[in-house]
Design a protein around this ligand. Structure first.
Ligand code: ATP
Ligand code: MG
Length: 306
């Protein structure tokens, strides 16, 4: 076994009295894609900012690529690529110039920097906009430029904080495809996302965070099967309808959740339950496979109520 790409133990970040990250443990294997999920303010960005050594850790241990973040932040930064949550491109430079200036931080020779800038602009589909003023780029184009920039130093570990927020579906699929290509080339990835579909498609493992803690951690499919089951039946309607549905399925579900006007029934075999519910004639009934979104609603939802 090679050493892990990242090891965090009892990792903690406090901002004054606020505990943003609260004694979390996780480990990233070399070559895997690991995702942090969780509601706004859960501590995802703070966690990844500690990994790329810009936010100092308050307590615990964090080792990235064999180096301690509190001892060798500069050495770590040289080997990482980072897509930050907040865009921080130079607004006075074109995409091409942004990349060349950034390459200087890594002492990449000029000819090689130009070669890589051209390659990675092409990689994210921005070659036609290489010379455009930055403020003429759309939000999604800027996010793709951030990804190109993160690749310039040929990083061993890519840190992506909401890489596809604001992207149109086509651009999102392009980025997913690119991230899978990089993974196939052996680049370890850690990302945060609010898109459960993105996490399910890209991540080998996920950690579901809430209020600075990791509530669940594991392979998406395993977590969904263990916590939710195979299928979900959604029933939209009022309280009376929900009660009637629950009386009909009585004890034949694995669990249930209620969010607003929707009742979610978790079950091993939704199809087998549908005839039981057929007399209900609810305004809206949907039978579908269980997914990470269900896990998120269940786990984060319960934590919000506590
Ligand atoms: N520089 C800072 N100073 C003080 N508090 C901060 C700072 N950065 C983050 N926090 C707080 O730490 C907590 C975690 O924030 P963080 O940005 O890590 O959340 P997040 O999970 O990335 O949320 P989002 O999904 O909205 O991006 C929040 O309560 C936030 O207000
Ligand atoms: Mg964030």
């Amino acid at each position: 076994m090679s050493q892990p790409a990242v090891t965090a133990s009892r990792l903690t970040k406090r901002f004054g009295d606020l505990v943003a990250v609260d004694e979390i443990d996780f480990e990233l294997e070399v070559g895997e894609c690991f995702g942090f999920l969780g509601p706004n303010g859960a501590g995802k960005t703070t966690t990844v900012r500690m990994i790329h050594a810009v936010t100092p850790i308050t307590a615990g241990d964090l080792v990235v690529l064999g180096l301690r973040v509190d001892r060798e932040p500069a050495a770590i930064k040289r080997r990482l690529g980072v897509v930050p949550q907040e865009e921080n491109l130079d607004p006075d430079l074109t995409p091409w110039e942004n990349l060349l200036v950034f390459a200087r931080y890594f002492d990449i020779p000029r000819v090689e920097a130009r070669r890589r800038a051209a390659e990675f602009l092409e990689f994210v589909g921005l070659t036609p906009r290489a010379g455009s003023p930055l403020d003429e780029l759309s939000g999604g184009m800027k996010r793709r430029l951030l990804i190109a920039r993160a690749l310039l130093n040929q990083p061993e570990l890519l840190v992506l904080d909401e890489p596809t927020t604001g992207l149109d579906p086509q651009a999102r699929h392009l980025v997913w495809q690119r991230l899978r290509t990089l993974k196939a080339q052996g680049v370890t990835q850690v990302l945060t996302t609010h898109y459960m579909e993105e996490a399910a498609r890209l991540c080998d493992r996920v950690a579901l965070m809430h209020a600075g803690r990791i509530l669940r951690q594991g392979r998406p499919a395993d977590l969904v099967r263990a916590e939710i089951g195979e299928d979900v039946i959604e029933i939209r309607g009022d309280e009376a309808l929900h009660r009637a549905a629950l009386a009909l399925v009585d004890g034949r579900t694995l669990g249930r959740e209620q969010t607003g006007d929707t009742l979610y029934l978790y079950c091993a075999d939704g199809r087998a339950l549908l005839p039981t519910l057929s007399g209900l004639r609810p305004p809206h009934l949907l039978h579908r496979p269980a997914g990470l979104e269900d896990l998120f609603l269940k786990v984060a939802g319960h934590s919000l109520q506590e």
